[in-house]
Design a protein around this ligand. Structure first.
Ligand code: CMP
Length: 139
């Protein structure tokens, strides 16, 4: 779809959830340089999802299409069966495949029941590019 064809949908969230998402985005090395308006729009467009303990959220090597913020619970990041780290609430994950257009660099598994916020590639990229369009038009 063309940039102008994408309609962004916002999802209602509590003030607490909105703030957790904003902080998570601003603390992520790859997203902290986004404009504040982009952070707010990504937050607005994130939709809620839940998964049970033991579920695979991301499979290493897959084509990725979703960026997540963890709101509740814990996940484990593994690469070729080896644990890289565990991630708790208020953290972004799944951003690398979308930002770098690569396959998933690691697997992510739910260590507990988890609550996530998610945004899909097309919306994420639309938000990233729309700002570029606005900046460009100022010159
Ligand atoms: P992505 O490659 O899209 O999917 C797997 C995710 O695991 C990746 O994005 C990062 O968010 C996360 N990840 C990969 N490697 C590490 C690491 N060494 N430490 C923490 N998180 C990681």
């Amino acid at each position: 779809a063309k940039l102008t064809d994408v309609t962004l949908t916002s999802y209602l969230k509590t003030k607490e959830s909105g703030e957790l998402i904003q902080k998570a985005l601003m603390n992520n090395d790859f997203m902290k340089h986004l404009e504040h308006g982009q952070i707010l729009t990504i937050m607005d467009c994130m939709y809620p999802t839940t998964l049970s303990k033991g579920c695979c959220v991301i499979q290493e090597g897959d084509d990725g299409s979703t960026v997540y913020v963890l709101e509740e619970g814990m996940v484990e990041v593994t690469k070729q069966g080896k644990t890289l780290c565990t991630i708790g609430p208020g953290k972004v994950f799944g951003e690398l495949a979308i930002l770098y257009n690569c396959t998933r660099t690691a697997s992510v598994t739910a260590l507990t029941d988890i609550k996530l916020w998610a945004i899909d590639r097309q919306n994420f990229q639309t938000i990233m590019m729309r700002s570029g369009v606005i900046k460009h038009s100022q010159y």
